[in-house]
Design a protein around this ligand. Structure first.
Ligand code: SF4
Length: 459
C-alpha cells in the first residue's frame, strides 16, 4: 500500500502535491517524492522519510516548478525498502520523451517479466516492480493507447498508477480494481489521489467550487492532455476485486473509497461485530485511530458506554506498515498508552479493526491489564487473517500471521485476553454490500484467490 497524487494544469502543482501526500501520509511513511514539469524540463526531489522531512524548507517554485506534477509516498511491499533507486516517482527517458511514474499495488508476475526483459538486454535501475511499466511502455509500438494497452496486457496484479509526460498525466487502474484511485476537476486542471481526503484540503479554494470527485474505475485509462481528457477501458472477464482491507484499516475514515464512505463501512462492521460477538463488560474502547468508528458502533449496538481508554501518540507511525518486526515492536510501545482512570477496576471490551501479526493485540491487552482492567475482551472487526496478500499489503508469509495456524483459542491464550471474537466473513461481505463476493477481494481472510485469467478486451 502506498499513496499517489497527481496535478495537471494546476498552479504550484508540486506544492499542491506535497499537501495531498501529507494528507495521505498514513498510507506510507518510508519515503516520499515529487516530479514536476514546467513546460521544458522535469524537476525531481525524493528521499527517505515523511513528507515534511523530505520537503522541509523546499522552495517549491524554484525546486519543483510547473503546473504538472506527480508524487508518491512509499510503503514497500516489493523490492528493497532501503533502496534509494526504488523511491518514486521513477523517471526514464523513453523514445517518446521523458516519462515519470508513480504506482500503488504489487505486480504478481514481476519477477517473470523482469527476467524475460533482462535476458533480452534490458537494464533495470531499481528493484521496484513499478519500473517494469517503463520498460514495457518503452518497447511497445503504435499510438499511445496501443502502447499503454500492450504494456498493461503484459502485467498481472494490482496497479493504480499515474504516468507523467510533457503532454500531461495518464491515470490507470488494473482491470480487477484492487487499489483505489480518485480524480477531481480543479479549476481548469485535474487532481488525482489514492484517497479523497487529499482533495478535501482545497474545499475553501474557489477553484474547487462545485467539484465532485469520482473514482477511476477498474480497467480505466484516462489521459489529460492540454486540459482535455480522453479515456478508454480495458475490461476484465472477472469480477472486481477491490481490497476490503482499504475499508477495514488503510483508508482515512473521511475518505470515500471505491465509491463508499470508509467511516460508514467501519460503523457497519462495528454493528455486525456486536451482533456476532457481544460481551458482558463495563465499557468499550478502541485501538485508535482506525478502530474508533467500529468500536463506537459496537458500543452503541450493545448499549454499552464508549470511552477513550487507549491514547495514541500521533507523532509515531502506524505499526502495521513499519517494515521490520523489531521496529514494529518498538512502534507499538511508542504508539499507545492506557488511561488509568478510565480502565482501573473495569471489564473492558477493546475493539481493533484487524489482527495480523498479533503484536499490537498482545501489547494492548498487557497495557489495559497494567492499568487495572479486571477483564479484557478483544473483538476484531474483520475475519482472521490466514493468508498472505500478493497485491500490495505487507503480510508476506503465513508464518507471520497470528491466526493462520493453531486456532483461535490458542491465539487468545497467547494474547492474554479473557475472550477473543472475530467478525465472520459473511458479515464482512454483508457490511460491504457484497454478499455474493462479486466486488471485493477477501483472499487474506478466505484464502480464495482472485487470480483468474484476465481476459481483457479494449472497449
Ligand atoms: S488479500 Fe486482503 S489485503 Fe490483499 S488485496 Fe485482498 S483483501 Fe486486500
Amino acid at each position: 500500500m502506498c499513496g499517489i497524487a497527481g496535478a495537471c494544469g494546476v498552479d504550484d502543482a508540486s506544492y499542491v502535491i506535497s499537501l495531498m501526500l501529507k494528507a495521505m501520509q498514513h498510507r506510507g511513511q518510508e519515503a516520499a517524492g515529487i516530479v514536476s514539469y514546467d513546460g521544458s524540463s522535469f524537476h525531481e526531489l525524493r528521499g527517505k522519510g515523511l513528507v515534511d522531512e523530505v520537503f522541509a524548507d523546499v522552495d517549491y517554485a524554484k525546486a519543483l516548478p510547473g503546473r504538472t506534477a506527480i508524487g508518491h509516498i512509499r510503503y514497500s511491499t516489493a523490492g528493497d525498502p532501503d533502496s534509494r533507486e526504488s523511491i518514486q516517482p521513477l523517471v526514464a527517458q523513453l523514445r517518446q520523451g521523458p516519462t515519470a511514474i508513480v504506482h500503488n499495488g504489487n505486480l504478481t508476475n514481476y519477477a517473470e517479466r523482469r527476467s524475460e526483459l533482462e535476458e533480452a538486454g534490458a537494464i533495470f535501475r531499481s528493484k521496484s516492480d513499478t519500473e517494469l511499466f517503463l520498460h514495457l511502455i518503452a518497447r511497445a509500438r503504435g499510438n499511445r493507447r496501443e502502447r499503454l494497452s500492450a504494456a498493461f496486457d503484459q502485467v498481472e496484479g494490482a496497479y493504480s498508477l499515474l504516468l507523467m509526460t510533457p503532454r500531461g498525466i495518464t491515470a490507470a487502474v488494473d482491470p480487477l480494481g484492487f487499489r483505489p484511485l480518485s480524480m477531481l476537476r480543479f479549476g481548469a486542471g485535474w487532481l488525482f489521489a489514492s484517497e479523497t481526503c487529499a482533495f478535501d484540503l482545497f474545499r475553501d479554494d474557489p477553484r474547487f467550487a462545485g467539484a465532485v470527485s469520482a473514482p477511476v474505475d477498474r480497467g480505466r485509462v484516462i489521459s489529460i492532455d492540454d486540459y482535455c481528457a480522453t479515456a478508454f477501458t480495458r475490461e476484465a472477464a472477472a469480477p472486481s476485486r477491490h481490497c476490503s482491507f482499504e475499508h477495514i484499516y488503510f483508508s482515512r475514515p473521511d475518505s470515500t473509497v471505491f465509491g463508499r464512505s470508509a467511516n460508514a463501512v467501519r460503523e457497519r462492521l462495528g454493528r455486525a461485530l456486536a451482533a456476532a460477538g457481544p460481551a458482558d463488560a463495563d465499557l468499550v474502547t478502541a485501538v485508535p485511530d482506525s478502530s474508533n468508528a467500529m468500536a463506537a458502533a459496537y458500543a452503541d449496538a450493545l448499549g454499552l458506554p464508549f470511552r477513550f481508554a487507549l491514547i495514541r501518540n500521533h507523532y509515531t507511525g502506524r505499526t502495521f506498515i513499519t517494515p521490520r518486526q523489531t521496529a514494529r515492536e518498538l512502534g507499538v510501545r511508542m504508539k499507545l498508552g492506557a488511561v488509568r482512570d478510565a480502565v482501573a477496576g473495569k471489564r473492558i471490551v477493546v475493539v481493533d479493526d484487524s489482527l495480523v501479526r498479533g503484536t499490537t493485540a498482545r501489547k494492548v491487552v498487557a497495557l489495559l491489564r497494567d492499568a487495572g482492567a479486571t477483564e479484557v475482551h478483544l473483538r476484531i472487526g474483520s475475519p482472521p487473517v490466514i493468508h498472505p496478500c500478493h497485491w500490495g499489503i505487507d503480510t508476506p508469509s503465513r508464518r507471520e500471521l497470528a491466526a493462520a495456524d493453531g486456532g483461535i483459542e490458542n491465539l487468545r491464550l497467547s494474547i492474554g485476553a479473557d475472550s477473543l471474537g472475530y467478525l465472520p466473513l459473511e458479515s464482512l461481505r454483508e457490511a460491504l454490500d457484497d454478499a455474493d463476493g462479486s466486488a471485493y477481494c477477501v483472499t487474506c481472510f478466505s484464502g480464495e484467490s482472485p487470480l483468474v485469467p484476465l481476459g481483457r478486451r479494449p472497449a
